[in-house]
Design a protein around this ligand. Structure first.
Ligand code: ATP
Ligand code: F6P
Length: 468
């Protein structure tokens, strides 16, 4: 292989540049040229295929800094239509003219779905990323448990994908952490770091003003991020994999509020009510990939609590605030996806990027570089076939957090959930992750110099395929 291409698709994460860096470093060692495709799949849909040579003279370009969050290549959620054979033929022709021998897509479950069409025309592998930690399997064979229903069938608890409602058969699998496929994905650790810090900061106001804070974290239908936010010591944690038991929740809040005069609740953005309906789904819209944009779980929960607790509850506690004033929400939002990646993400993202290059060199295609963990071996790199992630209809589902990670009675992580988190976070931070704050944030030049975006420098490096 003489020349590879790499792209970043889906939402950004702090570890994308680190993955690109790992892939480029490995490519340099093998004297392979690496072209970065601009803005994910949309770069391939563009007849001029905007791209950047990432390692001229087999040296990584200086803009490629593994500690810089996001992606210097840009990302998008544009769609390669598997059924549009003409579009795919055009992409094949463009890659051929660019003399690309293999492609690395950095992305999550959506990217893996979108990669299928490409792997038929050029050897393609996925290097995983996502803050949601939903790319992977809790155990091999998990995709076979999905049931696809007729497009317009009304089914409770269904997740709608590509127009089809999907539900899960009850699982009889005996879960063991060692069997997870892709234990954790680069991007997740940094997002947890931000979420946990956010929870701690928001508690200050709740505690001082005797309020109930509801902190909403991302993750779509998967509760990993909410689970990880437990490091910020919220009083209550709500995850999408367990239906909300409102009576129990209200009782628990009262107990906590009576004791400590405030309460901090973390909720995943995809939490569901007693009937399996998403709490914040009223305002849902869709992006081109068909992902629901989940909005408003925390606001919907707040409305429920205002109604259930009422002003009287707070008056009885000798507060002169209404329930409306005493219960507030904060979405941590895109802060979870931004900024410098912490050590765990930086290191394993780079390893996975390098591994993706090795996989292509070994002749693998339509495959995924994965990060495995067992109690005996610790973390190690491996690979899986994309088909291992597909259900019987060929669809790759986002991994849900295994329900055993959560204790629905205490509304906290279960012992299994704690065992899951510990290996990731025991040594996740490096001294420089903390030191950087001390040395860089209050740099006096920040007050006088405008922000210099890496996009400006990358723009000067972009080349195009001639249209002739
Ligand atoms: N079923 C599908 N078929 C073809 N392309 C898809 C499909 N699902 C998603 N894609 C494309 O894959 C890319 C990434 O998908 P998506 O936006 O779901 O993010 P992701 O890879 O799951 O990562 P994250 O969830 O972390 O943002 C997008 O460009 C999207 O259009
Ligand atoms: O950046 P956008 O398009 O608002 O997407 C937000 C979604 O992307 C993710 O950050 C990653 O999939 C989700 O957690 C979240 O629901």
């Amino acid at each position: 292989m003489r020349r590879l291409a790499i792209l970043t698709a889906g939402g950004d994460t702090p570890a994308l540049n680190a993955t690109i860096y790992g892939a480029v470093t490995r490519a340099c060692q093998h004297k392979i040229e690496m072209y970065g495709i601009i803005k994910g799949f949309s770069g391939l849909l563009n007849p001029r295929v905007p791209h950047v040579h990432l390692n001229p003279l087999f040296t990584p370009i200086p803009e490629l800094d593994p500690t810089r969050g996001g992606t210097i290549l840009g990302a998008s959620r544009d769609y390669v239509d598997v059924d549009d054979s003409e579009q795919i033929a055009r992409i094949a022709e463009r890659l051929h003219r660019l003399r690309i021998d293999g492609l690395i897509c950095i992305g999550g479950d959506g990217t893996l779905n979108g990669m299928q069409a490409l792997s038929d025309i050029v050897p393609t592998v996925l290097a995983p990323k996502t803050i949601d930690n939903d790319l992977g399997l809790n155990y091999r064979g998990e995709p076979d448990e999905w049931i696809r229903h007729a497009p317009h069938e009304t089914v409770t608890d269904a997740i709608i994908k590509d127009g089809y409602p999907y539900t899960r058969k009850p699982s009889h699998h005996r879960f063991d952490l060692d069997q997870m496929v892709n234990y954790v994905t680069p991007g997740f650790a940094t997002a947890v770091y931000v979420s946990a810090s956010g929870v701690q900061r928001i508690r200050t106001t709740a505690e001082s003003h005797r309020r109930i804070a509801i902190v909403e974290v991302m993750g779509r239908h998967s509760g990993y991020l909410a689970l990880g936010a437990a490091y910020g010591q919220p009083d209550i944690l709500l995850v999408p994999e367990h239906r909300l038991q409102i009576d129990m929740l209200v009782e628990r809040i009262k107990e906590i509020y009576t004791l400590q005069k405030h309460c901090v609740i973390v909720c995943g953005e995809g939490i569901v009510d007693e009937h399996g309906q998403e709490l914040g789904a009223e305002h849902a819209s869709t992006d081109p990939a068909g992902n629901k944009i989940l909005s408003g779980a925390s606001e919907a929960l707040r409305a429920l609590l205002i109604q259930r607790l009422g002003d009287d509850y707070f008056t009885s506690k000798r507060r002169n605030e209404s329930a409306r004033a005493a219960i507030f929400t904060r979405k941590l939002g895109h802060t979870q996806r931004g900024g410098r990646p912490i050590l765990f993400d930086r290191f394993y993202a780079a390893q996975l990027g390098g591994h993706a290059v090795d996989m292509l060199l070994r002749g693998m295609a339509n495959a995924v570089a994965i990060l495995q963990y067992t109690r005996q071996r610790g973390f190690f790199l491996s690979e899986a076939q994309a088909n291992d992630f597909r259900d019987r209809w060929g669809y790759i589902h986002a991994r849900l957090m295994h329900p055993s990670f959560y204790d629905p009675r205490s509304l906290r992580p279960s012992p299994v959930g704690i065992d899951y988190l510990l290996p990731i976070f025991n040594n996740a931070l490096a001294p420089d992750d903390v030191e950087v704050l001390r040395t860089e944030l209050f740099d006096p030049s920040h007050l006088t110099m405008p922000y210099h975006s890496v996009n400006v420098d990358i723009d000067k490096r972009i080349r195009y395929l001639s249209e002739s």
